[in-house]
Design a protein around this ligand. Sequence first.
Ligand SMILES: [Fe+2]
Ligand SMILES: [Fe+2]
Length: 205
Amino acid sequence: MSNRSPLADPAWQYIEHTSMEDFTAADWAVMNAQRAIFTRNHQAELVIAMLRATSNVPSFGYRISNFRHCLQSATRVLRAGHDEETVAVAVLHDIGFDACPSTHGDFAAALMQPYISPRNHWMLEHHQIFQDVHAPHYPGVDPNARDTWRGHEHFAWTAEYVSKFDQDAMAPDEDTLPLEAFIPAIHRLFSRPPQPRPNATWRSA
Ligand SMILES: [Fe+2]
Ligand SMILES: [Fe+2]
């Protein structure tokens, strides 16, 4: 039995070193060439599988599950005539809600950052706190917490998204498209050339 994980493509090369400290520039060139193809081929499928996995997660009190909330939000965004990126962002905006609850906005923002506009990235990062104005009776909430960012170039879009497509997208009887309707948009989003992270101080190994 092989002690190596299978390569995604049999024509690819293993890097034989077992410590990154020993990797040469040539090794990294091989690795990064294979990585780019690997990411292009697998990232969207993995993201869709992650979202699909949440379809089996029950609700803890809302009348619909988080999975269905994601579909309902994206359906509204699509029907409102927004662009395809925004539709894909909507269907994935709460992908971390069940697994990463308190920071799920950051989770989604990090997942999509290389492929989306600063406007949608900022919206994902801030959508949780922009919900507070819609939940005035949540314990300890400051309904005006979003005012910290009033005047920011992405304030209006974030407020609109949360108000029209998020905070009340929990209606059991609302006509909602299935996940399959959004899969081509997710594929096209993750097939965009990835943009570097602003002010990046890291790189992926
Ligand atoms: Fe959320
Ligand atoms: Fe949401």
